[in-house]
Ligand binder design. Structure first.
Ligand code: AMP
Length: 201
């Protein structure tokens, strides 16, 4: 089973992808995380990637595909990939996509969530600026270097320009489901599970 989760930055894709991966035994492939892991190695490639990320630009497809291939399993949920037509076509070369879920939120909600987003240094938990320490493990919180007003604006514009049109690309296959992302994590998860269950009975 291969699921693509499409959504703007701040839509909650990462949170939902993790829960779906756990429930259905899928490999959670977040290209943002895969690329950040390369950045953390301090390699020359990592430095190039960080530069694209901090500006809110897309990392070139060849780099993303190379990185992603190392993580592929038989059953995957893709979080943040594909992000443009070139990537969608590349993905079709190596897996069959069964389901595309679009986690939809308005731009204002994305801007609000991203500007308040904080992540735990120790356990990676994502929370918001109303907390001074991680509510899960008490670790220190940091703000992502691409959650700046400039980069947020760029990322949202790119989403509308090159990622959202992928819904049209997948539409003829009749595998696209739109889910309202402005609800509680549990409500959204419940709806996505119902879609997955219905698609794989
Ligand atoms: P995310 O963690 O999904 O918000 O991604 C953070 C950043 O990583 C993006 O703004 C891009 O710079 C880069 N990135 C993540 N996924 C991709 C992708 N599929 N193609 C190109 N760049 C990506």
């Amino acid at each position: 089973m291969n699921i693509v989760l499409i959504g703007m930055a701040g839509s909650g894709k990462g949170t939902q992808a993790k829960k779906i991966a756990e429930k259905y035994g899928l490999k959670h492939i977040s290209t943002g995380d895969v690329l950040r892991a390369e950045v953390a190695t301090g390699s020359d490639l990592g430095k190039k990637i960080k530069d694209f990320q901090d500006k809110g630009e897309l990392v070139p497809t060849s780099i993303v595909v190379e990185a992603l291939k190392k993580y592929l399993a038989d059953n995957n949920i893709f979080d943040g990939f594909p992000r443009n037509l070139e990537q969608a076509k590349a993905l079709d070369e190596f897996v069959k996509i069964d389901l595309v879920i679009y986690l939809k939120i308005p731009d204002e909600v994305a801007v609000d969530r991203l500007s308040k987003r904080r992540q735990c240094e120790s356990c990676g938990f994502i929370t918001d600026s109303s907390h001074s320490r991680c509510p899960v493990c008490g670790g220190r919180l940091f703000q992502r270097s691409d959650d700046t007003p400039e980069a947020i604006k760029k990322r949202l514009a790119l989403f509308h320009d090159v990622t959202e049109p992928l819904l049209e690309y997948y539409k003829p296959r009749d595998i696209v489901h739109v889910v309202d992302g402005v609800r509680s994590v549990d409500e959204i998860f419940h709806e996505i599970c119902a879609i997955v269950d219905e698609s794989f009975v």
